[in-house]
Design a protein around this ligand. Sequence first.
Ligand code: C2E
Ligand code: CA
Ligand code: CA
Length: 276
Amino acid sequence: NADTAMYHAKNSGGNRYQFFNESMNKEAVHRLQVESLIRHGLREDSFSVFYQPKISISTGKVAGMEALVRFETPAKGIISPAVFIPMSEETGQIIDIGEIVLRKACFATKKWVDAGLFSGRVAVNLSAVQFTQPNLVSLIESILTESNLPAKYLELEITEGTVMNAPQKAIETMQQIRDLGIHLSLDDFGTGYSSLAYLKKFPLNTLKIDKAFVDDIEASEQGRNMVATIVTIAHNLDMQVVAEGVETNQQLDFLATLGCEQLQGYLYSKPLPTKN
Ligand code: C2E
Ligand code: CA
Ligand code: CA
C-alpha cells in the first residue's frame, strides 16, 4: 500500500506526501487488468487501424488520411485509444502497439496506392515514448522497405509534449525523419507547452489546430481570432494547416476564408475501418 501511495505521489509531480486510500487499490487493479488485456490483445492481433480522411478545403477532395488505432476485445468491445494509449505509454506497451499501427498503415496504403485509389499521405501518430526510442528511425526505414511504400506517402504526427521535453535532441530526430522524405506534423497544436522560439526551428511541414479551438469558432469573436492567429503563424513559418474535429459548415466556411489548407472531422467523415 505504501508503494501504491508513493506511485501516486510521483505521478502527481513528486516532491509531496500522499496517504494511501482504498480507491488507489481499485485503480491499480484496473491498470493491471488493462495491461493484461493489452498483452493478450498483442498476442491475438486485436489492434486494428481505422482511417479518417483529411480533405483539401480548396478542392473538396481527399488529400490524406490519419491512421487511428482501435482495440477490439471479445469481452469489452472496442476500447477507446483515449483509455489504453495513456496506460500503454506508462507500461511501455505503446512501443509494440505503435509498431503494429505503422506496419498496418504502410501495408494498407501501399495496396491503395497500387490500386490507384489513393495518392495522398497516410499520417501515423507517434507517442513520446516511441519518439525517444534510439532505434526509431531505423525501425521506420525497415517498415517502409518491408511494405514497399515510398516515403513520400508517409507522414508522422507528434505532439508538443513529445518535442518540448528535449527540443535540441528532438530537432535531430525530426531532421532524420525528414531526410527520409517523410512529412512531419505537429498535432493538437496550442494545447501543450509550445515555445514559439522553437516552433520556427522545428522541421515541420504541417500544423494541426486542435479541435478545442475549432469548437470556439462559432462561440465567439475571440475564438475566431485565435484560430486566425494560429493559421497566420503557421503560414508565416511556411507550414500548412489542418483543422481537426470540424463538424459544421460554418466552421468550414470560416476556415476557408483564412486559407486553411485541410480539414479533418465528422463533417466529412468519421474514422473508417478497412475493407478486406
Ligand atoms: P488525435 O491524434 O488528436 O486524433 C483525433 C481524434 O479526434 C480521433 O479520436 C478522432 O476519431 C477524433 N475526431 C476526428 N474528427 C472528429 C470530429 O469531428 N468530432 C469529434 N468529436 N471527434 C473527432 P480517437 O480515434 O478516439 O483517438 C484519440 C487519440 O488517441 C488520438 O487523438 C491520439 O492522440 C491517440 N491515438 C489514436 N491512435 C493512435 C496511435 O496509433 N498511436 C498513438 N500514439 N496515439 C494514437
Ligand atoms: Ca493525431
Ligand atoms: Ca489531434
